[in-house]
Ligand binder design. Sequence first.
Ligand SMILES: [Zn+2]
Length: 226
Amino acid sequence: LDVIPIPLSAITVFLQLGSKYAIDQMRDEAIQRLSYEFPSRLQDFDELGDQLLLIEELPGLYYDVIKLARNHNIPSILPLALYFCVACEDFQPELILRGILREDGTLATLSSDDQQACLTGYYNLIRAQAAETFTWLEPNQNAALFRQCYTPKTCARTRAKLLQGLWHPWPRCIALGSWDDEWGNDMCKICTSQAITHHNIGRKKIWEKLPSLFGLPIWDELTKHQ
Ligand SMILES: [Zn+2]
């Protein structure tokens, strides 16, 4: 597999030809590229960089990937593709409903089922991230999680500031976001290590239920046939 990004349109052709003429190699390469960028295991997700490596990153890509996954029965890539549609800084429900302009002026759109999956998924993720990934920021968790802290007032104040920064004026969807070292800057070592532990436990839980947050079957079911 060359580590050169190729357009999704080429991957689509691989899949079409691969199925039509039973060329497994083409279908395999297409699925390898897609599975690399939209993995079904958290450890593979954690190894992804900021940019796509094997597929060209173009406007509307995620919508097209979702359509491709539906048309060619590659359900294992759906949870992350849907997640990337909503876990962006400037998430806009209008785009989910209206579509995104591709470079050639055509519109990349989602089916109404996938629009619904995105919008309910976004809402589910916002709720789930507060309860799981960021449970350590919940003010009422202080007593339970940070019992050993020597500077409880300072550390609680730090967490209150972080909570405000992340959730205000509206929450960003960062349910699968990794621990940011800056978050520990103004907390004691004990609190930081507790927070990291619970952050990681939380995002593992989010990963496990990611498909269900978008109304999809569990991971095992999605990866069964690949
Ligand atoms: Zn502390």
